[in-house]
Design a protein around this ligand. Sequence first.
Ligand SMILES: [Zn+2]
Length: 141
Amino acid sequence: MDRISPNEFGHRTADGTTHRTYDYTAYYGVAFECACGTLHSLRPWMEVVSELPLFRFVVACPKGHHLTLVKARWDRDQGVRALYSELGTELGDKRNSTVGIEFQAGLLEAKTGRSWSLEETEAFMALHQDAAMQRRRAGAE
Ligand SMILES: [Zn+2]
């Protein structure tokens, strides 16, 4: 696994989507190497931050300070399912974001083609969270 900075991790996973489309049920209980340095078994409650093409996904460490890009492989002839860790990062200060402000800055940079300061990213995230909350509130009425 390549261990890189949160910002670089954001750049390299920027083609991911937060919309979950993969079926993980076949991989529950399968171990993967987490960026925190230990093995975790994939569980239904774990936070999948984004999904990338070819059944790759970013999963948050249950301890909350690492992200790992994992590729799911299913050898149908052997009936073996495995999870390969490709990239990992350690998040710094989590602040207002659930997945790290530096990671978010990297995502935004890759998506917009310009650089984002941590302050600017934090303001954007706060706005985004407000909007999501208002949508949720509106939907509940
Ligand atoms: Zn971990």
